[in-house]
Design a protein around this ligand. Structure first.
Ligand SMILES: Cc1cc2nc3c(=O)[nH]c(=O)nc-3n(C[C@H](O)[C@H](O)[C@H](O)COP(=O)(O)OP(=O)(O)OC[C@H]3O[C@@H](n4cnc5c(N)ncnc54)[C@H](O)[C@@H]3O)c2cc1C
Length: 288
């Protein structure tokens, strides 16, 4: 199966993030989005990993379904929170044996209302190392990057040091969403100053709903710039106008990022295709 590191060596990628739904209705919505996104020939699609419990098997199932039912190249996310090292090794072995060649190694956050959350592998780098051991060359390994800094880091410089070390062990990074191209450019410059040139794909979240984006931003530590909030507030009672503005803002951000030399674009679709398809069309994207 196609490896994302090979794709990035060939040229610019376009990719879409999906999440495994928990209901039959969610499943229908997801597959409608997949059917509408597949004709855009993305370089790969990534599948997130749930915070805990039974939702976790769904990632494996969706990745397997994508392999079986579509022409898409999937990447499986995996988080180390609430898993022992042995459990994580078993999950990675299952992916390896199923022919999955792309994994995203994450630390994960403690699930809501779980005071007993634990990590046997404390940092994402530990999971990257485990994926290297289990995969024995079979996996292209991605990691997360936070252009505005990870919310738990004591300061930005320390976070950049950890990020540079993590990216050195991985094959590529994908960022949290953000709204200022300068945050991405600054991150890439900080990494280069630390000798790290591993490709990092910017993550783009098209805004389709004002309240939702403000909540996501609070959770992730990303800032919605005041000027953008003001533009959104002006149209917030008109859902169609919010969507139009969201598509316009994301299109402009993507243009700036491509001009800045981004190695590709990764879209957070939230299992809906229309905003992503519009931005894709505005940019006239073709991908390796
Ligand atoms: C692209 C992307 C995809 C994601 N997908 C998912 C998903 O599918 N499921 C999910 O539950 N969550 C997902 N997340 C959220 C992610 O799990 C959280 O952001 C989590 O808080 C951090 O994960 P990480 O892998 O970046 O952690 P790490 O790289 O381990 O970093 C976490 C914190 O530890 C610090 N740190 C790192 N290494 C060290 C060290 N050696 N010593 C001391 N401190 C260190 C870092 O500076 C940072 O503050 C995703 C995030 C992104 C950006």
């Amino acid at each position: 199966m196609t490896r994302i590191d090979d794709l990035l060596a060939r040229g610019r990628t376009t990719s879409f993030e999906l999440f495994p739904p928990g209901t039959d209705e969610g499943e229908k919505i997801l597959w409608r989005a997949i059917d509408e996104l597949e004709p855009l020939s993305p370089s790969f699609v990534s599948v997130t990993y749930g915070a805990g419990g039974s939702t976790r098997d769904r990632t494996h199932r969706l990745v397997a379904d994508l392999l079986r039912r579509t022409t898409l190249t999937p990447m499986a996310h995996l988080t180390s929170v609430n898993h022992t090292r042995d459990e994580l090794a078993t999950i990675l072995e299952r992916y390896r044996d199923a022919g999955v060649t792309n994994v995203m190694c994450l630390r994960g956050d403690p699930p809501k209302d779980d005071p007993d959350a634990f990590w046997e592998l404390e940092h994402a780098t530990d999971l990257v190392q485990l994926a290297r051991e289990v995969g024995d060359g079979a996996f292209a390994v991605g990691v997360a990057a936070h252009p505005e800094g990870h919310p738990l880091a004591p300061d930005l410089a320390t976070d950049r040091d950890h990020l540079a070390r993590k990216l050195e062990l991985a094959d590529f990074g994908v960022t949290q969403f953000f709204f200022r191209a300068s945050d991405y450019r600054d991150m890439v410059a900080d990494l280069a100053a630390r000798g790290c040139t591993t490709p990092v794909l910017p993550g783009i979240m098209p805004i389709t709903n004002v309240r939702q984006i403000v909540r996501f931003a609070e959770l992730s530590g990303a800032e919605v710039p005041a000027e953008l909030v003001a533009r959104l507030r002006e149209v917030e009672d008109d859902p169609a106008a919010v969507r139009r503005l969201g598509v316009e803002v994301a299109t402009d951000l993507c243009r700036e990022l491509l001009d800045a030399g981004a190695p590709g674009l990764h879209f957070y679709t939230l299992n809906r295709s229309s905003a992503t398809r519009e931005i894709h069309a505005n940019l006239g994207l073709t991908a390796v």
